[in-house]
Design a protein around this ligand. Structure first.
Ligand code: GDP
Ligand code: IMO
Ligand code: MG
Length: 434
């Protein structure tokens, strides 16, 4: 039998609406845990007239009686985290050791990681990845390198931290001078800042893996909050135009320190169309009037960087692949309202490669495929006030049913606006969504 935990994963290139879905399930969970990525994420939650954009802190922070966990698989930026906590407290949200724990074995994003991210992208010019400049790639590179990494637990030992910042900082200064002709970083100021951050964060630094394993065995529900989208996965995405961690449900055990059986029910979050920020292949991209219409209707500008998102039709080849990868139990079909007003809506149902039908999805050939489309009639009625599936115009209902059929999974919920109540429970079996 599956554990009663729930994992929320993005099935496209990020920004699918994971924040809204995590918020919906959080009340029925004891823990909300991030297991991948870092401050490159931007998860939006709307509570009444208030809008929260969370980057490092799990969305469960907006709920009473939820312990929020930043797992060992996260690239943790203490500076960004402190600022995010302060901003939340200013808005009346309680944040402290009673509702936030940070893994002692998560990797620390240091200023040199953010600097390298910027300098490297600048040097690459037109061949850049289009990162969020949050130091994610360089931080995970140092994790793999081991000798130049700092873990969260090390922030609290002032003497050892001082020595380490000086040692690694000197290596980085020499590297950046040669590679990018960069000015040296001020390591004394950095030591002072990070020792202070370590003191402030100390009460929240915990063995979070042990907490989550115990919660699972005690039957207390854990909600794993995915970052990014599966097509940005370091192994299974459109490499090298990806992020640097395992973002699918396959990343949960390693990134949170729990057994694979703890993944539980998997909810795959997808937009009713497709967006992507940054460079890389995007077969259904509409770099034209249709794309612009979607961008304006969906307000498709990055939550973290403000960049305009690239927009296009729904690609069910992509979503079927990512849903299979994560073992998705049900889909959350988001932003359906954005498609309102289009005469016709296209869905990509297959690819041709070298003139032949592609049988097995392979992210490595995505830049070279031709899309096969199916065209469905659109709808003109405003659907943002619908609360039951039957309230939707027949063409919208048919769109949802066809998406479900093509991906081969039930649609648990349909989202027709950013607000909590703009959610239609359709075929969900998950507490909080059903
Ligand atoms: P995440 O990174 O997956 O959490 O998604 P983002 O927060 O980056 O982007 C999703 C955006 O869509 C946010 O601004 C949400 O408030 C908004 N949103 C979520 N669901 C819906 C929906 O059904 N309709 C509309 N119009 N907006 C939505
Ligand atoms: P959420 O959790 C959308 C993209 C960047 C870039 C690539 C690598 O809000 O869905 P990185 O800074 O990670 O090295 O950038 O990945 N990217 C995201 N795109 N949503 C995200 O997170 C993203 N996190 C990273 O735009 O193309
Ligand atoms: Mg986002």
């Amino acid at each position: 039998m599956k554990s009663n935990n729930v994992t929320v994963v993005g099935l496209q290139w990020g920004d699918e609406g994971k924040g809204k879905v995590v918020d919906a399930i959080a009340d029925a969970s004891k823990y909300v845990a991030r297991y991948c990525g870092g401050a490159n994420a931007g998860h939006t939650v709307k509570v009444g007239d208030e809008k929260f954009a969370l980057h490092l802190i799990p969305c469960g922070i907006l709920h009473e009686n939820v312990m929020n966990i930043i797992g060992n698989g996260v690239a943790f930026d203490p500076d960004v985290a402190m600022l995010e906590m302060q901003a939340l407290r200013k808005r009346g949200v309680k944040v402290g050791p009673e509702n936030l724990s940070i893994s002692n074995t998560a990797q620390v994003v240091m200023p040199w990681h953010k600097l390298q991210d910027l300098l490297s992208e600048k040097q690459l010019g037109s061949r850049k990845i289009g990162t969020t400049a949050r130091g994610i790639g360089p931080c995970y590179s140092d994790k793999a390198n081991r000798s130049t990494a700092i873990r969260v637990g090390e922030l609290v030992d002032e003497n050892a931290l001082t020595l380490k910042i000086r040692l690694i900082g000197n290596i980085k200064n020499r590297m950046f001078s040669v590679l990018y002709d960069a000015e040296p970083m001020d390591l004394s100021a950095m030591v002072e800042q990070y020792v202070k951050l370590g003191r402030e964060l100390a009460p929240m630094i915990q063995n979070t893996g042990a907490m989550l394993r115990k919660a699972s065995t005690d039957g207390r529900r854990v909600l794993f909050e995915g970052g990014q989208g599966s097509m940005l996965d370091i192994d299974h995405g459109t490499y090298p135009f990806v992020t640097s961690s395992s973002v699918s449900a396959c990343g949960v055990p390693a990134g949170a320190g729990v057994p694979p059986s703890s993944v539980g029910q998997v909810v795959g979050i997808m937009k009713a169309y497709t967006t992507r920020v940054g460079a890389g292949p995007f077969p259904t991209e509409q770099d034209n009037e249709i794309g612009e219409t979607i961008r304006q209707a969906g307000n498709e500008f990055g939550t973290t960087t403000g960049r305009p998102r690239r927009c296009g039709w729904l690609d069910t080849m992509v979503v079927k692949y990512t849903a299979d990868l994560s073992g998705v139990d049900e889909l959350a079909l988001m932003l359906l309202d954005v498609l309102t007003g289009l005469d016709e809506i296209k869905i990509c149902t297959g690819y041709l490669y070298d003139g032949k039908k592609v049988e097995d999805f392979d992210p490595a050939i995505l830049g070279k495929v031709q899309c096969v489309y199916e065209t469905l009639p659109g709808w003109q009625e405003d659907i943002t006030g619908c609360r039951n599936f039957e309230d939707l115009p027949v063409n919208a209902q048919n769109y949802v049913k066809r998406v479900s059929e093509l991906i081969g999974r039930p649609v648990g919920i349909v989202s027709i606006g950013p607000d909590r109540e703009q959610t239609i429970s359709y075929q969900s079996n998950i507490e909080g969504l059903s």
